[in-house]
Design a binder for this molecule. Structure first.
Ligand SMILES: [Zn+2]
Length: 347
C-alpha cells in the first residue's frame, strides 16, 4: 500500500512509500482510509520544528481520518466490515482509576499518544486502529465531511468546554488557520458575535475564506498595536472573549488590550517562542487567561452534531488532493495556499 511517511528527523523528510498492508491485532480494526486531513501539527512535525521531538523518526503521518472497516481483530466486539469510522487522534487507553479518564480529560494523561506521530497514522491506503479509539460516523455525513470532526472537536473543547462562550458574547479569533476558523464557527453556532483577525499573509486565502462564510475580518501585523483600536470601534470596552489560535507570541502578549475588564483569553495554539507578557495588565483587568488542549469523545460527538447541522461550509474551507500528491498538499499548506487540505486516500 501507499503511505506518506517521515523517514528521518529532518525538514521535509517525508515521502510516499510502499508498505505492506498492516494486519490488525486482537483489539484492532483495519480501516481502508477514505480521507485524511493535513493538520497544522502535521506541518510542524514535517518541518521538524521545536516542540515536536516526541514524533517518531519514522512514522506514517495522519490523525484526522475517516475510513471503512475491512477487517477486525479476534477480540473486537463493536465493529464489522463495511462500517464507517473516524479515529480519535489523542489516545489514552481507558483505566478505571486514572484521574484524567475519570474527569473526562483523557487527552491530558501522561499516558496519551497521538496516532500519526507516535504510531502509524492515516495518510495511507490502510491503517490499524484500536477499537476503543474509533467512533461511528452519523449516516447524514459523507466520509469527507467526517474527516473534519477531529479539528472541529478541538474547537468544541476550546469554545464550549474551556471558554464557555454564550449567546451574545463578543469574540475575537486571532489566527484564521483551520483551528481558528473552526473556533469561529463553533462560537457563532452558540450565538456569539465573532471577529476573525489575521495578518497580511492570511489575506488572500484564509481571511477571504472567513469573509466568504460570513465573518467580519481584520488585518493586523505583529509590529502594530492597532488591533485593540479596531476592536474597540466595534466593542467599546473590548470583547468578552479572545481566542488565540495563531501561535504568535506577540498576539498573545498584546491580547489583553482587546479584552474588556473581567473578560477571558484562551490560548489554543502552540508557541515556538517564549513569551514576555506584561502580566500586571492582565491582573488590572482581572482577565481570566486560560489554555485549551486537544479534545475527547464528548467534543467529537458535539462536533458531529455541528457538522450535521450544516454549520461548517465544507466547500469553502476544504481542498481535496489525492494521496499521491501528499507532498504538494504539505507544500501548499505551508505556503498558506490552501485553507485545509484533505488527502483522498481512495484515489
Ligand atoms: Zn490535528
Amino acid at each position: 500500500m501507499k503511505a506518506f511517511r517521515r523517514l528521518a528527523r529532518k525538514k521535509r523528510a517525508a515521502r510516499l512509500v510502499d508498505l505492506p498492508v498492516p494486519i490488525p491485532r486482537n483489539n484492532e480494526v483495519l480501516l481502508k482510509v477514505s480521507f485524511c486531513g493535513i493538520c497544522g501539527s502535521d506541518l510542524h512535525a514535517w518541518l521538524n520544528h521545536k516542540g515536536y521531538e516526541s514524533v517518531l523518526t519514522e512514522v506514517t503521518f495522519g490523525h484526522e481520518l475517516s475510513g471503512l472497516v475491512v477487517e477486525v481483530g479476534s477480540e473486537v466486539k463493536n465493529w464489522k466490515a463495511g462500517e464507517r469510522a473516524v479515529m480519535i487522534a489523542i489516545q489514552t487507553k481507558h483505566l478505571e482509576n486514572d484521574r484524567f479518564c475519570s474527569s473526562g480529560l483523557p487527552q491530558l494523561s501522561p499516558r496519551r499518544r497521538v496516532q500519526g506521530f507516535h504510531l502509524d497514522g492515516g495518510m495511507a491506503d490502510y491503517v490499524c486502529v484500536e477499537e476503543e479509539f474509533l467512533l461511528p460516523i452519523p449516516d447524514e455525513l459523507s466520509l469527507a465531511e467526517a474527516a473534519l470532526v477531529e479539528p472541529l472537536s478541538v474547537a468544541e473543547h476550546c469554545i464550549a468546554t474551556r471558554t464557555k462562550v454564550r449567546p451574545g458574547s463578543s469574540v475575537v479569533i486571532s489566527g484564521p488557520g483551520m483551528i481558528g476558523m473552526m473556533c469561529a464557527i463553533v462560537a457563532r453556532s452558540r450565538g456569539a458575535e465573532v471577529l476573525v483577525v489575521g495578518t497580511e499573509r492570511d489575506f488572500t486565502t484564509r481571511l477571504k475564506s472567513a469573509r466568504h462564510i460570513g465573518f467580519e475580518t481584520f488585518v493586523t501585523n505583529d509590529s502594530d498595536a492597532s488591533l485593540d483600536s479596531m476592536v474597540k470601534n466595534c466593542f467599546e470596552d473590548g470583547v468578552d472573549v479572545f481566542i488565540e489560535a495563531s501561535g504568535s507570541s506577540q498576539a498573545l502578549a498584546n491580547s489583553w488590550k482587546s479584552v474588556r475588564p473581567n473578560g477571558m483569553i484562551t490560548a489554543v495554539a502552540l508557541y515556538s517562542k517564549f513569551i514576555q507578557v506584561d502580566i500586571t495588565q492582565f491582573v488590572r483587568k482581572q482577565i481570566d487567561l486560560r489554555t485549551s488542549y486537544g479534545s475527547s469523545t464528548p467534543d467529537y460527538l458535539r462536533a458531529f452534531e455541528l457538522l450535521r447541522s450544516g454549520a461548517v461550509d465544507f466547500s469553502v474551507l476544504v481542498e481535496t488532493y489525492p494521496l499521491l500528491q501528499a507532498d504538494k498538499g504539505f507544500i501548499d499548506s505551508e505556503n498558506l495556499e490552501a485553507m485545509k487540505v484533505l488527502l483522498d486516500c481512495s484515489r
